[in-house]
Design a binder for this molecule. Structure first.
Ligand code: ADE
Length: 293
C-alpha cells in the first residue's frame, strides 16, 4: 500500500518509522511519504492560508496550493468545473472562483453527491487512489471504514490546519472522479489533521495482511465483525494477584464455557457502556443464550 501524507508539519510523521508501522515499511508492506504542503507555494512567505470569505475568525487553507500539490501526487491535469443545476445549494462556486486557472483546462460536470461514498466492506483492492481529509465536521471514522480502506492500493491524506480547508477542494477532486473521504475521529476539535491522520493510519495499516504478528488478535477485537461488541476483559497469570482472582471459569479448561462467559461479558459490557452498539446488533445473528443475556 502506498501512503502519501500532506501537511505543513511533515516532521510530525517521523514517528511512523517506529514500532510496527516502521517494521511494515521495512518489510515493504507499506510505503509512507510525508510531504510539506509549503513545497507547492510560490510566494516568499510560503503561505498556505487566507482569511475566510464572508468574514469570521481564523484562516482557511487556500485551494490553489492544495490543488498544485494534489494534482501532482494524483497525476491529474488542472481542470475547471462547470456548474450544473444539481449544485443548487453550492451557489455559483465555479463562476465566482477567482482563483481557478481557467486557461488551458478541461471542463468537467459536478455530480450531485458530495458525501463520503456509501459504506461497504469489500475484500477487493480499491481501484484508484483514495483522498482522505480529516475534518471535525465530517462523519465519524469507524472500524468499518478502516477495514474498507485497508484494501486500497493508494491512500493520500491531506491535513488541514487553522479553520480548515477551502470546501471546493474535496468538491473538485470528487468531480474529477477521485474517491474523496472526509472523516472526524471524534466529537472534539484538534489543532489540525495530523493527529487524526495518525489515528486513521494506525487503524488501517494494522489490518494489512502480514502487519500483525498474530492475525487472530484482529478477528476477536472490539468493533470487528457483523455483530460488533466491546471486547471482554482479559487476564493473565498469576491466577490471584493482590487478593483479586481471575474468574474460575477461565481456569476450567472448558473452551465452550470460556467462550460463553466471554460472550456474556462482552454483551453486558456493551449494553452498559455503548447501548448504541446493542441497538445496532442484527438480532437474527444472536443465539438463544445471547438473548438471555
Ligand atoms: N481536525 C480537527 N479536529 C478533528 C477531528 N476531531 N477529527 C478529524 N480531524 C480534525
Amino acid at each position: 500500500m502506498k501512503i502519501d501524507i500532506v501537511s505543513v508539519f511533515p516532521e510530525y510523521f517521523e514517528v511512523l518509522n517506529l514500532s510496527l508501522l516502521g517494521k511494515a515499511q521495512t518489510k515493504g508492506l507499506v510505503e509512507v511519504t510525508a510531504h510539506n504542503l509549503r513545497d507547492w507555494t510560490h510566494d516568499v512567505h510560503h503561505s498556505v492560508d487566507d482569511t475566510p470569505v464572508g468574514g469570521g475568525a481564523g484562516m482557511v487553507m487556500k485551494p490553489e496550493v492544495w490543488s498544485e500539490c494534489l494534482d501532482e501526487l494524483l497525476q491529474l491535469q488542472p481542470a475547471t468545473i462547470e456548474n450544473t443545476k444539481s449544485m443548487e445549494n453550492m451557489e455559483d462556486s465555479a463562476d465566482s472562483c477567482d482563483t481557478c486557472d481557467s486557461g488551458n483546462s478541461a471542463t468537467v460536470a459536478v455530480p450531485a453527491e458530495s458525501g463520503n461514498s456509501e459504506k461497504t466492506d469489500t475484500a477487493q483492492s480499491s481501484a484508484g487512489p483514495v483522498l482522505i481529509f480529516p475534518n471535525p465536521s465530517a462523519p465519524l471514522f469507524t472500524q468499518q471504514d478502516a477495514t474498507e480502506l485497508s484494501h486500497a492500493d493508494h491512500l493520500l491524506f491531506g491535513c488541514g490546519r487553522y479553520e480548515g480547508y477551502d470546501a471546493r477542494i474535496p468538491q473538485y477532486y470528487r468531480a474529477q472522479g477521485i474517491d474523496v473521504r472526509e472523516y472526524s475521529i471524534g466529537d472534539y476539535v484538534l489543532n489540525g489533521g495530523e493527529v487524526a491522520v495518525s489515528v486513521m493510519l494506525e487503524a488501517i495499516t494494522r489490518l494489512l495482511p502480514g502487519f500483525m504478528g498474530n492475525a487472530e488478535s484482529i478477528v476477536e477485537e472490539s468493533y470487528t465483525g457483523e455483530n460488533a461488541l466491546l471486547e471482554h476483559r482479559q487476564y493473565t497469570k498469576p491466577a490471584e494477584w493482590r487478593g483479586i482472582k481471575v474468574p474460575d471459569v477461565l481456569l476450567s479448561g472448558n473452551h465452550a464455557k470460556v467462550d460463553r462467559f466471554r460472550r456474556d461479558e462482552a454483551l453486558q459490557k456493551t449494553d452498559e457502556l455503548r447501548p448504541d452498539l446493542i441497538e445496532a446488533l442484527d438480532c437474527t445473528k444472536l443465539d438463544k443464550a445471547d438473548r438471555k443475556t
